[in-house]
Design a binder for this molecule. Structure first.
Ligand SMILES: *Cc1c(COP(=O)(O)O)cnc(C)c1O
Length: 453
């Protein structure tokens, strides 16, 4: 076998031919699937993948492996571009972002040192500054998503606290699970979890929780809860944190995208008062994963991430003007996720991105109206962002769970689940701007058809 061609230096031809194969396999695999999810459940999917792959590491290579595996990958995918795939904050990526991501793979810059990423690091500086400005923050770091952003937010709070006692995390019961995990990872005391019976963290409940706490405190609020898309009352919480000397982190992994819309931006009023903000552009930003950000109000807080190793940022190199990138992340090798983000921002512009946000919020309102006017369904609440919780009227929790699993098994619709009030609801997270009203009606009909009578 001759040495296989490289993505970049072999010129476009070989990569171009391989891309044709990839695109064909994607088309054929998607067609073979014939719905949002492969049919038959985990066992059937596993059997088909095993059969397609055969030997994982054969002695002799197989030139058809690209087609075979991409076909199996697509045939067995949960496809967020299918309008009936609406379970999670799992967005269909924009073609232009995906194309840009190919260039990132082909050139393979790594953002741990300037000599591996000259233009990539300059682009990252430019774009993160612009995004930080959007958020009225001092700086922003690129992360792998909300989980890493939340971890970093806790780390910065721990390292910049003004008292020797351990940092106490205080969050709502509505907060993302990654915050509790981050507290565990960072060796912080068990978080104080404030009850959120209405799905949002109220100032009164937070006030009661803060009163007995003498220690340095980090409060986290949520702008766009994962279960219901609810937004905590940010200005009131920021006032309270300021009065109590508590640091504030806002997890806007989901809701942060609303900043891009002139119609919906006002819902994030108060976001600029947070010390740190989590934002995920692989949710309301239509990026292929990963595209996370952590905005930091006071860029001096980032000093604690400074780290030195001679082969990446020797002091004399830095003194001679080579940018020091190691303090921009806890990772070492780091993909240039900024490229697809930069390309998307410039290709679509504010108007283009705002229109996508407005479109999915409008879809959620339409779906909620369909549910609300249907005698067989109950609506949890009018949607705040693009999440709609609903359940068949009078169904037991077990029946609701069964409906979801039956639809998954049949590969006909992908719905999520949430129990914000202790009862189980079906969750539709509408992130596909190509979804049409007819798709929403079809989704409801499918649920109706699988509801036991
Ligand atoms: C999705 C989500 C996260 C986690 O983000 P990942 O990108 O999956 O790591 C954190 N917080 C909220 C509110 C989220 O919705």
């Amino acid at each position: 076998m001759s040495t296989p061609p490289l993505a970049s230096t072999a010129g476009g031809t070989t990569l171009g031919q391989l891309l044709h194969t990839v695109l064909r396999a994607l088309r054929e695999g998607t067609h073979a699937r014939g719905g949002p999810l492969p049919k038959g459940g985990p066992q059937a999917v596993t059997a088909r993948v095993r059969a397609a792959v055969g030997e994982v590491l054969p002695r002799q290579g197989d030139p058809d492996a690209l087609h075979t595996l991409v076909h199996a990958f697509a045939a067995g995918a949960a496809d967020p571009a299918d309008p009936l795939c609406t379970a999670h904050l799992h967005c269909p990526p924009l073609a232009v972002a995906t194309a840009a991501d190919l260039a990132a793979s082909a050139l393979n810059p790594s953002l741990d040192s300037w000599d591996q990423a000259p233009a990539a690091s300059a682009l990252e500086t430019l774009v993160t500054r612009a995004l930080a400005d959007e958020l009225h923050a001092g700086d922003a770091l690129v992360t792998t998503g909300g989980t890493e952003s939340n971890q970093l937010a806790l780390l910065l709070a721990r390292e910049t606290r003004h008292a020797p006692e351990p940092l106490q995390l205080v969050c709502g019961a509505n907060a993302h699970h990654s915050l509790r995990r981050a507290a565990w990872l960072l060796g912080l005391p068990e978080p104080v979890v404030v009850p959120t019976p209405d799905g949002i963290l109220t100032p009164a409940a937070l006030d009661a929780a803060l009163t007995p706490l003498p220690r340095p405190v980090l409060v986290t609020a949520t702008a766009g809860t994962t279960d219901a898309g609810l937004i905590d009352p940010l200005p009131d919480l920021a006032d309270l944190c300021a009065a109590r000397g508590a640091r504030l982190h806002v997890d806007a992994a989901y809701g942060g995208g609303l900043l891009l819309s002139d119609h919906h931006r006002h819902r994030l009023h108060g976001l600029d008062r947070a010390h740190t903000v989590t934002l995920d552009l692989h949710k309301l930003g239509w990026q292929p994963a990963a595209a996370g950000l952590l905005a930091v109000r006071d860029s001096a807080d980032l000093a604690v991430l400074a780290h030195h190793t001679d082969y990446l940022n020797a002091t004399d190199d830095t003194a001679a003007g080579l940018p020091d990138l190691l303090g921009r992340s806890l990772r070492t090798t780091r993909r240039p996720d900024i490229l697809k983000i930069a390309v998307t921002l410039k290709t679509l512009g504010r108007e283009g991105l705002g229109a996508l946000i407005d479109q999915v919020c409008a879809l959620a309102a339409e779906f909620a109206a369909l549910v609300d006017t249907h005698p067989g369904f109950e609506l949890y609440a009018p949607p705040t962002i693009s999440t709609v919780l609903f359940r068949p009227t009078g169904a037991t929790d077990a029946a609701v769970a069964d409906i979801r699993r039956q639809l998954l098994h049949d590969g006909r619709a992908v719905l999520g689940r949430a129990a914000p009030d202790g009862r189980l609801w079906l969750k539709a997270t509408l992130l596909n701007p190509h979804t049409r009203p007819g798709d929403l009606a079809a989704l409801l009909k499918l649920v109706e058809g699988n509801t036991p009578t």
